[in-house]
Design a protein around this ligand. Structure first.
Ligand SMILES: [Zn+2]
Length: 334
């Protein structure tokens, strides 16, 4: 089998280059198409073959795109296991006809966070690991989750006399921020949690596919604020209406992402505070995933793919290589 990074990750069983399994492509082209989770860069616009994903991913993707699709949660030679990234996210375990086992992580986190269990690499047996490496450099080491969440709770409580604007991705971070804000306001009880309509749409899809519930109430940006907690999509952080509203209401802005480790993150979002709250593994966690699975070969993709493959090869003795887009993997590596 050959593994290639093209539009998505292609697992090619045959010598003719036809992809038997395609994971997370924008345009699904495999006989079998795995969708690891419902972030926009992992879902597709057309579905020629079988779609393999979790029921939660199908529900959230349908709500986000407005298009329902048929799916199965397993297929011959393919099993899905929780990847701990966002609700419904799955890693794919693929076995070829020769019995060689591949693990494709999709986006992955091993941390238990709020309402989500982390990925469990100890349960995985794979000869080949294809892993995302968004934070694959040693500078990306994040504090323990409990410390991070209580730091956020403290910050919210310390600033209880003014409106707070919290920014995160609509799927994943925005729900965790509602969860943490609820914890932070439990004692006072009367501090409102508000969320933008786009976040509420995604939240409703999650609520309909799970037994989770979140507190974000509709936010009307024209209303006057006192001490409310407003959760907004991170791509709105520098928008003019946000800057105007924050000024008008004397609010504070906080950004939540693993990129918070870089000083530039604070300036890019014009944030008053930043926290490395993330839905991905940090560097040490990526290393632990590899060591727990202990595959013969590791392919890295996204973010620090080269740096992480180098670290695996030089410090841990793994055969590791970045999966560069549109480059074929070498024969001896397959
Ligand atoms: Zn993702």
């Amino acid at each position: 089998m050959t593994v290639r990074h093209r539009d998505g990750i292609h697992f090619e069983f045959e010598a003719d280059g036809e992809a038997a399994v395609v994971a997370d492509a924008r345009n699904a082209v495999g006989e079998v198409n795995v969708v690891s989770h419902a972030h926009a860069d992992h879902t597709f616009r057309s579905t020629p073959g079988t779609v393999v994903c979790s029921a939660e991913t199908a529900a959230i993707a349908a709500a986000r795109t407005g298009t329902e699709f048929e799916y199965v949660d397993r297929a011959p030679g393919i099993d899905l296991v929780p990847a701990g990234h966002v609700v419904g996210s799955r890693a794919a375990l693929i076995e070829d006809e020769a019995g060689r086992r591949y693990c494709y992580t999709g986006d992955v986190s091993i941390r238990d966070r709020c309402y989500l269990d982390g990925f469990d690499p100890s349960a995985i047996e794979a000869d080949v690991l294809v892993i995302e490496t968004t934070y694959g450099r040693p500078k990306y080491r994040f504090p323990p989750q409990a410390d991070l969440e209580s730091e956020i709770v403290d910050w919210i409580r310390d600033n209880d006399d003014r409106p707070l604007f919290l920014f995160g991705y609509s799927l994943g971070r925005a729900q965790k921020l509602q969860w943490i804000a609820r914890e932070a306001t439990e004692r006072s009880g009367d501090r409102e949690i508000l969320a933008s309509e786009s976040i509420r749409d995604v939240t409703r899809a999650i609520e309909s596919a799970t037994d989770l519930s979140f507190d974000g109430q509709p936010y009307d940006s024209l209303r006057g604020l006192t001490d409310e907690i407003v959760i907004l999509p991170s791509n709105q952080a520098r928008s003019e209406w946000v800057e105007r509203t924050v000024d008008r209401e004397d609010g504070l802005k906080a950004g939540f992402s693993g990129w918070a480790v870089d000083d530039s993150f604070r300036y890019r979002g014009n944030y008053d505070a930043t926290f490395p709250l993330t839905d991905h593994c940090d560097f040490d966690e990526l290393v632990s995933v590899v060591c727990e699975i202990d595959p013969e070969v590791v392919y890295t993709h996204h973010g620090s793919d080269e740096a992480f493959a180098d670290a695996l090869a030089t410090e841990y003795g793994y055969r590791a290589r970045p999966l560069k887009r549109d480059q074929r993997t070498l024969g001896e590596f397959c």
